[in-house]
Each structure stands twice: as C-alpha cells, then as structure tokens.
Design a protein around this ligand. Structure first.
Ligand code: NAD
Ligand code: WQD
Length: 338
C-alpha cells in the first residue's frame, strides 16, 4: 500500500511517516517546506531504517502534484499540508484561503483524475468554536472564529460535497485537539519558525533559555485554577490514530469523522508544572490579559474513535512533557544547526 503524505515534513506529518513506515506502508511525501525542513525526513529515515520518497512540491502547483501521481500508484492520501497559525490567519486571510483551500482543491482534482479516492484530512477541534458543553462529541454544532478555522470547516464541507456527488470517495475527517510532545528518540519534534504561538513549544523554549518567561493568557476563566484548559494529545498517539484510520478507510465507509483527543483537560498552570517536573527547571511565568479569541476549556469525547477505529491515546502528561523536553534539549535550535 502506497500512501501520499502531504505536509509530511511538518510536525504531525513527520511523526506519522515514522508510524507508516513501521507498519510497512510505502510512503511518498509532498511538502513545499514552507514551514518545515527536509532534515525532519532524513531523521525519519534514520529512526526507522527505511526509505521514503520526498518531493519538494507545492499543492498550489498542480503540475507538480500531477507529476507525483504519474510516478506513483497511490492508494490513499493523508493530507496534512496547510498553514496553521491562527493569529497570522487573521492578519493575512487571503494567504490562508489561497494556500489551504486552493491547495486542497488542486490535490482533490488530481486525485479525482487518477481515480485515487481515499483521503484522510487533518481537521481541528477549532471547528467546534466555543462549545456549549464538554466533552465535545463529533455531532456538536460547528462554527469558526478565525480564517484558519474557516479553512478547516470549508474543506470539511468540500469533502462532504464531493462524497455526495460520487460515492466512490472515502473520506476521514480527523479533528485533532492540542498535539504536543515529540518522538521518544528526541530526534524529531515541533520546530516552529520564530516565536511560538502555542503553549507547549513556548514553555519548552523558556525551559531551554531561549525565551525569558511564559505569558499566561488569563487566570480569570471559569476553570479550576482560572487558566485555560485544553486536551493535549501526544503527537505519537495522534500519528497512531492515522494508522488506525487507514484500515477503516479501506472498508469504504464513505465520510467518517473522529475526534482525536485524550478526553482529559489540563490547565496552563498544570502544563507549566508538568514541564518543570520533566525538565527539572524552574519555568518563570507571568499572568497577562486573556488572548483574544481564546475559549475557557475544551476537551474531546474520544469514544467514537475507540469504538470504531480501536484507537485511544495512552500517553500521559509526563510522557508529553518528557518527550518535548528531550527534543528541545537535544535540538535547542530545532532542525537548524545554530
Ligand atoms: P506543520 O506546519 O508542521 O506541517 C504542515 C506542513 O505542510 C509543513 O511542512 C508545510 O511546509 C507544508 N505545507 C504548507 N502549505 C503547503 C503547500 N501549499 N504545499 C505543500 N506543502 C505545504 O503543521 P502540523 O502541526 O504538522 O499540522 C499538520 C496539519 O494538522 C495542518 O493541516 C494543521 O492545520 C492540522 N492541525 C494542526 C494542529 C496543531 O496544533 N499542530 C491542530 C489541529 C490541526
Ligand atoms: C493553549 C492554552 C492559551 C500560549 C491552537 C489553535 C487550534 C489548534 C491547536 C490547529 C490556551 C494558553 C498559550 C501562551 C498561554 N491548532 N497559552 N500562553 O489556542 O488551544 O489551540 O492550537 O488547528 O486551532 O487555536 O492552543 O497552545 O495556543 O493555547 O497561556 O504563550 O494555553 O490561552 O488556554 P489553542 P495554544
């Protein structure tokens, strides 16, 4: 079985490539390296001792995408490629709509041309907006609060429409909660360009001394300690969720939707404490204003994925902090040499 992984050099994609290779899938990666480095894929090969094909290609260039399908008989696509910074999407929405929507349309058109109609799409818990109750189930109402989230919702709808028009498509919409952590080898992990937007990469850069302190965005939420609560999921558990989705996809289920989360929520202060324990470093922090657009709390009901995919996250907060720290400590500059 040959899987095309778009965005495979990125954070979640590279971890998924490892698990695909471990399961003896043939892997072809398409990535324009706009938010990643080819070094991640070199390390994937060294961790697994297996080969994968890499194409530095852009989904916005349909000819480049077509060339890959001409060279390889693809059985299914796992579609990670996209821009993902929420704040940036508010400032430059057109770039987000163009890259994420047009890129996906090009991919889907080429898949259709080559009669490849199996796709796993990286959606996000952001499509639930501010949920009215917790935990979040897949059938909760959907809404978007920023252009990034809107691209996820639009792509989900595009995929549903494609299936309505042609029942030969099989589509898995995977809604990730908050991916954190790194491969246990410490060789691959999240490597944000510039100052991180997300909590855990920020904490780990404070722990390693690159940044002075964590800004805690509000301690007056209606949560046990007043700080925001999220369902953090280890990236290796998340990657394994994709591995469990593929056999489901090959049973021709039509459109299927799953939350990939742990079902547990941790607060910002609990994450800081967990990281202090894992790194044996004091993490300075300062409570600041709430970040606009943030919700108080969010966690998944992961039961559907457990029942239908036979998947559940089993790594703990300690695993997430320890593996993030190992990656950060061994690679203080990420994949860059200095
Ligand atoms: P990432 O930025 O590390 O990976 C995305 C990859 O896509 C990058 O390697 C980038 O170079 C590539 N890419 C972007 N546009 C492209 C294009 N036009 N053509 C080819 N390659 C392109 O992000 P990630 O954290 O690994 O996220 C993967 C997917 O999961 C994204 O779609 C993201 O929206 C989604 N997601 C991420 C999170 C999260 O918190 N990390 C949460 C929910 C959903
Ligand atoms: C987590 C908590 C912050 C940074 C984002 C996207 C979402 C999805 C996952 C892609 C919140 C607090 C954060 C900091 C802080 N991505 N925080 N100080 O906002 O839950 O989700 O990533 O689909 O769409 O919105 O994740 O890690 O940014 O924040 O106090 O420096 O940490 O307020 O409570 P978020 P996050």
């Amino acid at each position: 079985m040959k899987i095309l992984v778009t965005g495979g050099a990125g954070y979640i994609g590279s971890h998924t490539c490892i698990e695909l290779l471990n399961e003896n899938y043939d892997v072809v990666v398409l990535d324009n390296l706009s938010n990643s480095s080819e070094e991640s894929l070199k390390r994937v090969k060294s961790i697994t001792g297996k080969h994968l094909e890499f194409y530095k290609a852009d989904l916005l260039d349909k000819e480049q995408v077509t060339a890959i399908f001409l060279n390889h008989k693809i059985d299914a696509v796992i579609h990670f490629a996209g821009l993902k910074a929420v704040g940036e999407s508010v400032t430059i929405p057109l770039k987000y709509f163009h890259n994420n929507i047009t890129g996906t349309l090009n991919l889907l058109e080429v898949m259709n041309d080559f009669n490849v109609k199996n796709i796993v799409f990286s959606s996000s818990a952001t499509v639930y907006g501010d949920p009215s109750s917790l935990p979040i189930k897949e059938n909760f109402p959907l809404s978007a609060t920023n252009p990034y989230g809107r691209t996820k919702l639009m792509i989900e709808e595009i995929l549903q429409d494609i299936y309505r028009s042609d029942k030969n498509w099989n589509i898995a919409l995977l809604r990730y909660f908050n991916p954190v952590g790194a491969h246990e080898s410490g060789k691959i992990g999240e490597d944000p360009f510039g100052i991180p937007n997300n909590l855990v990469p920020y904490i780990s850069q404070v722990a390693v001394g690159v940044l002075p302190r964590v800004s805690v965005y509000g301690d007056d939420y209606d949560t046990p300690d007043g700080t925001g609560v999220r369902d953090y999921i280890h990236v290796v558990d998340l990657a394994l969720g994709h591995i469990k989705t593929l056999p489901k996809l090959f049973t021709s289920p039509g459109v299927v939707i799953y939350n990939l989360g742990t079902g547990f929520g941790y607060s910002v202060l609990e994450m800081i404490k967990g990281f202090e324990a894992a790194s044996d470093k004091k993490i300075p922090y300062k409570v600041c204003e709430r970040r606009p657009g943030d919700i108080a709390a969010c966690w998944a009901d992961p039961v559907k994925a457990k029942e239908e995919l036979f998947w559940e996250a089993d790594k703990t907060l300690i695993d997430m902090c320890r593996d993030t720290w190992k990656w950060q400590k061994n690679n203080p500059n990420g994949y860059r040499e200095s």
